[in-house]
Ligand binder design. Structure first.
Ligand SMILES: [Zn+2]
Length: 168
C-alpha cells in the first residue's frame, strides 16, 4: 500500500477524461487500496483516479463520520438525477484550503462495478449524492472550481500557484 501524490488545480492533467476500466483485476484492486489510503490520509471524503494522475474511471468515497464505510465505484454511470437543486459548500483534495458553494441535484442513481467486478446500482441523497457527482466530474476532467465565476477561478489559481511554490 502506498500514498499517491495528489495533483493540484490548475494542473492540466486534471482536465483529462478518464477511460473505462477494461477488467477489474489485481492491478485495479491495488490501485483502489492506494487511493483509499491516500484519501483517508488526506482526510478527504472522496478521491477520483484522475486526481492521482491515473486516467481510468475509478472513484473511492467515504462520507461516514467513522471513516469505515468505503465505497468503490468503477466505471460509474449516472442513471438519474433526482430531487431539487441544492447548494452545498464543497472542497477538494486537489484544491486544498478552498471551499465554495456549488449547485447540484440532491439525489442520484448510479450504476458501477465494485471491487469484485460485479455491477451494482445505488441510490443516494445528501452528502453522498453531492460527493458522487463531484467525483464523477473529475473523471470527465471537471473540477468544482469550474462552476465558479471567472473572477473566483482566477483568484483560486493564484492562491494555488502560491501554495505550490511554497511547498516546492
Ligand atoms: Zn475533488
Amino acid at each position: 500500500m502506498a500514498l499517491l501524490p495528489i495533483l493540484h488545480y490548475p494542473d492540466v492533467r486534471l482536465k483529462k477524461v478518464a477511460r473505462p476500466v477494461a477488467r477489474v483485476d489485481e492491478r485495479v484492486r491495488a490501485l483502489v487500496k492506494d487511493m483509499a489510503a491516500t484519501m483517508y490520509d488526506a482526510d478527504g471524503i472522496g478521491l477520483a483516479a484522475t486526481q492521482v494522475d491515473v486516467h481510468e474511471q475509478i472513484i473511492v468515497i467515504d462520507v461516514s463520520a467513522t471513516r469505515d464505510e468505503l465505497k468503490v465505484f468503477i466505471n460509474p454511470e449516472i442513471l438519474e438525477l433526482t430531487g431539487e437543486t441544492v447548494a452545498t459548500e464543497e472542497g477538494c483534495l486537489s484544491v486544498p484550503g478552498i471551499y465554495d458553494v456549488v449547485e447540484r441535484r440532491e439525489g442520484v442513481r448510479v450504476r458501477a462495478l465494485g471491487e469484485d467486478g460485479e455491477s451494482f446500482e445505488l441510490s443516494a441523497d445528501g452528502l453522498l449524492a453531492v460527493c458522487i457527482q463531484h467525483e464523477i466530474d473529475h473523471l470527465k476532467g471537471r473540477v468544482f472550481v469550474d462552476y465558479l465565476s471567472q473572477l473566483k477561478q482566477t483568484r483560486i489559481k493564484g492562491k494555488m500557484r502560491k501554495l505550490d511554490r511554497q511547498s516546492a
